[in-house]
Design a protein around this ligand. Structure first.
Ligand SMILES: [Zn+2]
Length: 386
């Protein structure tokens, strides 16, 4: 009796125990607006937002518990990805065949959903980046796709499973009903786009094809978006393919690897990033005491990119990755040393333009990733000294 509850499905969920009463053997049953059934939270509104939130919380707890005990061993990136896919993802995507299809293939809005936000949090966490680091860059660095792609695959498999059941079975009937009412069927777009009604022999190939096509479409979407992000202009030039960056596997030292990622993805403290906002003192003369005292001290205003100059040399140039790693006179002696060493391994480095040199010194060329990590780390330490 403790576990039995009454849930009444309605557009605006409210408790209706005054209106209707249900009893078992004379005992009155409690009304609820949500109920955890077989691990999935069912809401009276018929929406799955609460279920998604609960699954995300559960997955996040699982990840941070594992992280707490494993972090000190510095597990390789590939192991973290495996842990995510085999332990965390099954929790996060539990029941996604039911709640997932309604998100369709809109990656922009999907990135703001709790499920993908946690996936991105995980990616940034294992890369050692700040939560505001550019999401599109972080996923690309690990060669990962939004989880929506996985949901597509699982939904297609589930759709095939439902259509295989006996014709008098209730979920077969439900599927048939949905086919007849495409406007209320969240899988309609998937069925139409990939023509899911293929024969049993072809289904395995069909699922594979859906995965491949979804990934290709995402990469195209990614390229269009990344090209327009100013913060990722150097990253876009140096990233050669949508895959796990080889330097992430090759460099075992956590802090050196993290630094390289930070400079690749503009998650650093160079003036081009930190100098975005001008702060100046403001007299606190407004009426509202609370606002004036707490938040009104500083005037924030935007500073143009061209004005975010390097304070470490006299060249009056913007302190961005290019200036910091190839120009700035402050690091000249470190640069001479490492550039000579890199040129010995890859002779074409000498002729490369400054911007092309970034591929070598930011770990994109496999032959010199270790030197690249040492060079970036030395410059970074030198910059922090003063
Ligand atoms: Zn400089």
């Amino acid at each position: 009796m403790e576990k039995s509850k009454i849930i009444i499905f309605q557009k605006k969920p409210r408790l209706t125990d005054k209106k209707y009463s249900f009893t078992i053997g004379g005992t009155l049953l409690n009304h609820v607006t949500c109920y955890n059934y077989l691990g999935l939270t069912i809401s009276a509104s018929g929406q799955f937002d609460l279920a998604i939130k609960h699954l995300t919380d559960k997955a996040r707890r699982a990840y941070y518990t594992i992280r707490k005990s494993l972090f000190k061993f510095n597990p390789p990136i590939k192991l973290w990805l495996k842990i995510f896919d085999s332990i965390i993802k099954p929790i996060l995507l539990y029941g996604c065949e039911i709640w997932g299809p309604k998100f369709k293939l809109n990656y922009t809005s999907w990135d703001k959903r709790p499920t993908e936000m946690f996936h991105l949090e995980f990616c940034k966490n294992i890369l050692g980046l700040h939560r505001n680091a550019p999401s599109l860059g972080c996923r690309a660095e690990l060669g990962r796709f939004p989880l929506l792609a996985e949901i597509q695959k699982r939904t297609a498999k589930f759709w095939f499973h439902l259509s295989d059941t006996r014709t008098d079975d209730y979920h077969h009937c439900a599927l048939m009903y949905r086919t007849g009412h495409p406007e209320s069927d969240p899988t309609h777009y998937l069925v139409e786009k990939h023509q899911l009604s293929s024969t049993i022999q072809l289904r395995h190939a069909k699922v594979k094809e859906i995965v491949k096509l979804t990934q290709e479409e995402y990469i195209y979407d990614w390229q269009v978006k990344v090209e327009q992000i100013n913060k990722l202009k150097y990253f876009y030039r140096l990233k050669t393919g949508y895959q796990l960056a080889p330097y992430l596997i090759k460099i075992k030292d956590y802090s050196k690897r993290k630094l390289l990622t930070k400079y690749r993805l503009s998650d650093h403290r160079l003036c081009v990033e930190t100098g975005r906002h001008k702060h100046s003192w403001r007299e606190r003369e407004c009426v509202c005491v609370c606002v004036c005292v707490c938040t009104g001290r500083h005037k924030h205003s935007w500073r143009e990119r061209e004005l975010r100059l390097c304070p470490h040399c006299t060249e009056r140039l913007v302190e961005d990755e290019l200036h910091f790693l190839t120009h700035c006179s402050k690091y000249e002696h470190i640069r001479d040393n490492y550039f000579t060493q890199i040129a010995q391994i890859v002779p074409e480095f000498r002729q490369a333009s400054d911007i092309d040199k970034l591929s070598y010194i930011l770990g994109e060329k496999e032959k010199c990733v270790q030197l690249a990590a040492q060079y970036v780390s030395s410059c970074h330490i030198m910059r922090d000294k003063n």
